[in-house]
Ligand binder design. Structure first.
Ligand code: FAD
Length: 322
C-alpha cells in the first residue's frame, strides 16, 4: 500500500477558483463626465468585482486625474483599483516617483505598459528613459524592494498587456509571445488581453504562450461593442481588425436599441467562448458606461463569491451568479 498523500489528487470542485471579474475605467475629462462616471462606479460596485483598472495617458498626460480617481476609489468605495501606468516618454526617476506616489496612496496593483508612441514620432531621446513595458516591470519591482518594510514585505501585483491579434508594431505573433514571456520573467503576475473579435485568437494565444513557457493567467479583455461607430473607432485606435460579421450586423440594425442588442449578444458569445477555452476571468472594458457591461455580466451568469455584508462575523463565502 502506498503511503497516504497529503495532497489530494484532484481538488473537490468547490475548491476551484471562481471566475475573476474586473472592469476598466478611464479618468473623467470634465465635471459632467465625472458625475456620470461615479454613477457607473456605484453600479459596478454592486457586482463585487475583484478589481477595477484605471487607465493612464501615454507620457502621463492625465496623471493628476488618474491619481485622483485611484485615490477616491480607495477612500470612498469598497473597490480595489489596478493602476495602469505607461513608461513611454518618461525617465526611470520620473516613473519611480509616480510608482512611489501610487503605493503611498494604497495602490497594490499596477498594469505596466509602454503606452502608444506619439503619432508625431518618438521625439528627442531622453537620458534614462524607459523603452518597453518590461523595463517598467523591473522598475516597479525595484521600488517595491526599496519599500518592502512599508509593504509588510508584501508584493505589488503587476499586470501586463497581451495580444490575441498581433501588436501593430510587432513583426509576428511569435514575437508577441516572446515579449510576454520576457515580461513574465521580469516579474509580471498576470496579463490582460487587448480587445479581440474571434475567440480562436484568444485560444491560440493561450496555447502558444503555454508552449513557450508562459504560466501567468491571461485574462481576456472584452468590450461591449454596441455601435458601428465605436467598433470602427476601436479598430483605428488598437490596430485590431474588427470582425466583418459584427460590422455587418451592426450596420443592419435599425436603431440604437437593436444595435445594442446585437453588440451585447456578440460580446456575451465572445466571453463565453473564452471561458469555455479556460479563461480564468473576464475583464470588461466599460467606456465608463455601466448599462451594457452589466447586461453582458447578467447574461454570462458568472459564479462569483458572495461577500459577507460589512460587519458580518461569518467568513464562509458562497458562490452565486454575479
Ligand atoms: P511592450 O510590451 O513594451 O511592447 C511594445 C512593442 O515593443 C511591441 O511591438 C513589442 O513586440 C515590442 N517589444 C517589447 N519588448 C521588446 C524587446 N525587449 N525587444 C524588442 N521589441 C520589444 N495605453 C495607454 O496609453 N494607456 C493605458 O492605460 C493603456 N491600457 C491598456 C490596457 C490593456 C489591457 C492593453 C492590452 C493595452 C493598453 N494600452 C494602454 C495600450 C498599450 O499601451 C499599447 O498597446 C502599446 O502600443 C504597447 O504597450 P505594451 O505594454 O504592450 O508594450
Amino acid at each position: 500500500m502506498s503511503p497516504p498523500s497529503l495532497i489530494q489528487a484532484s481538488a473537490p470542485s468547490t475548491q476551484s477558483a471562481p471566475i475573476a471579474l474586473s472592469y476598466e475605467l478611464f479618468p473623467p475629462r470634465n465635471a459632467a463626465a465625472e458625475a456620470g462616471l461615479w454613477d457607473t462606479i456605484r453600479e459596478l460596485e454592486t457586482t463585487n468585482p475583484d478589481y477595477v483598472s484605471v487607465t493612464y495617458g501615454a507620457s502621463g498626460s492625465n496623471r493628476d486625474t488618474a491619481v485622483d480617481l485611484l485615490n477616491r476609489l480607495l477612500t470612498e468605495t469598497s473597490l480595489r483599483p489596478l493602476a495602469h501606468l505607461t513608461c513611454v516618454g518618461n525617465t526611470a526617476d520620473e516613473l519611480a516617483e509616480i510608482i512611489s506616489e501610487l503605493l503611498d496612496h494604497g495602490v497594490r496593483g499596477i498594469l505596466a505598459l509602454r503606452g502608444d508612441l506619439p503619432k508625431e514620432g518618438p521625439g528627442e531621446p531622453r537620458q534614462g528613459q524607459l523603452h518597453y513595458a518590461q523595463d517598467l516591470i523591473e522598475l516597479v519591482r525595484r521600488v517595491e524592494q526599496r519599500r518592502s518594510a512599508l509593504l509588510c514585505a508584501g508584493k505589488v501585483a503587476i499586470g501586463v498587456a497581451a495580444y490575441p491579434a498581433r501588436h501593430p508594431e510587432s513583426p509576428s505573433i511569435e514575437h508577441d509571445v516572446e515579449v510576454l514571456l520576457a515580461k513574465q520573467r521580469s516579474g509580471a503576475d498576470f496579463a490582460i488581453t487587448q480587445v479581440f473579435f474571434h475567440a480562436d485568437q484568444y485560444r491560440d494565444l493561450v496555447a502558444r504562450a503555454r508552449r513557450a513557457g508562459v504560466s501567468i493567467p491571461i485574462i481576456p479583455g472584452v468590450m461591449p461593442l454596441t455601435s458601428l461607430r465605436r467598433v470602427q473607432r476601436l479598430g483605428d485606435l488598437t490596430g485590431v481588425e474588427p470582425s466583418q460579421s459584427l460590422l455587418d450586423a451592426l450596420g443592419r440594425a435599425d436603431d440604437a436599441a437593436e444595435s445594442r442588442r446585437v453588440g451585447v449578444a456578440a460580446t456575451v458569445d465572445l466571453a463565453r467562448a473564452a471561458l469555455d477555452a479556460g479563461a480564468p476571468g473576464i475583464h470588461l472594458y466599460t467606456f465608463n458606461e455601466h448599462a451594457a457591461a452589466l447586461e453582458v455580466l447578467d447574461k454570462l451568469e458568472l459564479l462569483r463569491p458572495g461577500r459577507p455584508p460589512v460587519g458580518s462575523r461569518t467568513s464562509g463565502s458562497t458562490l452565486q451568479p454575479a
